[in-house]
Design a protein around this ligand. Structure first.
Ligand code: GLY
Length: 551
């Protein structure tokens, strides 16, 4: 009898604490406009997916470095206890081909995949948001578009950090003699002044009234394809009409009792984050390293070498290339990968072959709604301000995502990542990504929602945020803001680090043979659930202007 009463009491305690968590909501957003709009949508009864869609469109207006309708992204979803994943990554246009960025000597033509009209893949964002709305949305589509339209029509106050990013981009395009029309559209955006985007507003209005067809068919599609034809681009009306986002099964794996829910291919990020976490545990065994110590950094750099060697060889669009996901995450495989790690010396870069035999940009936001549903969404036009090309008449920046393909085996892209056959260009294929929107769940309750921009450093920011939160039990604020470090096989033995890594540790790493360089990567937006209390944080940093709210 006593046992039954104790059982009932325990259950009552469990459920009442869940109810506390479920009445709280949180957002971690890359700017104040998206944070406030997401909060309003949640407070007026919308769910996490409604808030994500509204925020995505707001970011297309107020965060032109990476927010977009001209790009793509990934959304990891935890809804009513079910996990899901939306791939709205761009695809190569039908006329794209493997050697399109090579000259007649088969050498990579500098910048062709990074800037200008040929660097753009077929955008996926609008289709993605439309499919997310159809599957999970509860608010009317038009209501979700209204805040973005309002900000484009009436304008928004330009944050000084945005003004300085625009200034940098305008000057660097001019200095490098890169002929794109970015300055024509954005040079007039000045710090603390109102900036209006009438052409973008009309595009958003068409999307509001016609859904996906407001972008992929009719007037907007015609504007895009005419613009392409006029300037030597290759995206056609047919490419646009044919674009489809895809529902995929997220990668899910147990790690230290958590169900880690993360991005499957065509992202390399989910596999890489899990390889990193699992190899770290296997290699360190019972050792306890202090946070950001020389041993900790060296071990994680060694693991990173192996992660990136696999990434270069095995990762690509799963619809075109059979990615050996299970084998890459198999315990025995990961054990074999860490077997030769030495804590005393750096392994030789050239010896780290793939193991199976045979201002960077992008932006991220995290949301938890009052029902405990979570969205981890990373979205991108690739490099800062994408291709630098604005579609005249439609007012949005085109991505330069084609650079995420491997232009030639072994030739590094703008993030220094290399690739081979798995990630070579083919028509309609998705380019490999590092975006790693991730959710950790325990006993059916969301514990951590995390993600970051930063090209290949995304993977590092995500796995280190997980270690900060779980292994080092840090607050959300510290999890987002502790100095991080990054190693990715190539450049050889280079560790990029945030300010804040101890100088003595850096001296020891250099003595081991690492080259260290101060860097500034990432913009973590994360939400932590500790004892059924939410806390949220946006990484602070010289380029970041994020806002995190719990309510
Ligand atoms: N464009 C960056 C990424 O998808 O990894």
């Amino acid at each position: 009898m006593n046992k039954i009463i104790i059982f009932i009491l325990i259950n009552l305690m469990f459920f009442s604490s869940n109810i506390t968590a479920k009445t709280q909501s949180a957002v971690a957003m890359p700017d104040s406009y998206s944070a406030n709009v997401a909060k309003e949508i949640l407070q007026s009864g919308g769910n996490a997916i409604d808030a994500a869609i509204a925020a995505q469109f707001v970011l297309a207006v107020t965060l032109p470095e990476a927010g977009n309708v001209g790009g793509g992204g990934f959304m990891t979803i935890y809804k009513d206890g079910i996990t899901d994943f939306l791939d709205y990554r761009e695809v190569a246009p039908k006329a794209a081909h493997r050697d399109m960025y090579l000259d007649k000597n088969k050498e990579v033509i500098p910048n062709l995949s990074v800037y200008g009209i040929l660097s753009a893949g077929v955008p996926g964002t609008v289709e993605g948001m439309w499919q997310a709305h159809k599957k999970y949305g509860t608010k009317p589509w038009k209501e979700l578009l209204a805040p973005a339209i309002n900000l484009a029509v009436k304008g928004f106050i330009v944050h000084p950090k945005l003004a300085s990013a625009i200034n940098w981009r305008v000057n660097s395009f001019a200095k490098e003699n890169i002929k794109v029309n970015f300055a024509q559209y954005f040079a007039q955006a000045k710090a603390n002044a109102v900036f209006k985007q009438p052409e973008l507003a009309e595009t958003l209005k068409r999307i509001a009234s016609d859904g996906r067809d407001g972008f992929y068919r009719g007037k907007t599609a015609k504007i895009i394809s005419d613009f392409m034809a006029k300037h030597g681009g290759i995206i056609t009306e047919k490419d646009l009409a044919n674009y489809q986002s895809k529902w995929r099964k997220p990668i899910e794996m147990k790690w230290r009792g958590y169900n880690v829910v993360t991005a499957p291919p065509p992202s390399s990020g989910g596999i890489a984050v899990l390889q990193w976490l699992k190899m770290y545990d296997l290699a360190k065994q019972d050792a306890n390293f202090s946070h950001n110590s020389q041993e900790y950094i060296h071990l994680l750099a060694e693991v990173g070498k192996r992660v990136f060697a696999d990434r270069a060889e095995y990762l690509g669009d799963p619809d075109f290339y059979q990615v050996p996901v299970e084998r890459l995450l198999a315990q025995t495989y990961l054990e074999s990968r860490v077997a030769d790690i030495s804590m005393e010396k750096i392994s030789v870069t050239e010896d780290i072959a793939p193991g199976l035999i045979e201002s960077r940009d992008t932006t991220h936001f995290s949301i938890v709604d009052q029902w405990g549903n979570a969205i981890s969404n990373t979205t991108t036009i690739n490099y800062t301000f994408g291709s630098g090309v604005v579609v005249e008449g439609a007012g949005f920046i085109l991505n330069d995502e084609m650079d995420d393909f491997s232009a030639k085996p072994g030739a590094p892209n703008i993030f220094g990542a290399v690739g081979g056959v798995a990630n070579e260009i083919q028509p309609n294929k998705r380019m490999l990504s590092s975006m790693s929107p991730t959710i950790l769940v325990k006993n059916g309750i969301v514990q951590l929602v995390t993600g970051s921009p930063g090209g290949t450093t995304i993977i590092t920011s995500v796995y280190q945020s997980i270690l900060n939160a779980i292994e080092f039990n840090m607050t959300a604020e510290n999890t987002a803001n502790m100095a991080r470090f990054h190693h990715q096989l190539l450049p050889k033995n280079k560790i990029a680090y945030h300010e804040g890594i101890n100088q003595e540790v850096l001296v020891k790493l250099r003595k081991m043979g690492y080259k260290t360089s101060l860097d500034n990567f990432g913009d973590l937006q994360l939400i932590i659930n500790k004892d059924n209390k939410l806390s949220a944080a946006s990484e602070s940093g010289s380029h970041n202007r994020g806002v995190a709210l719990v309510f």
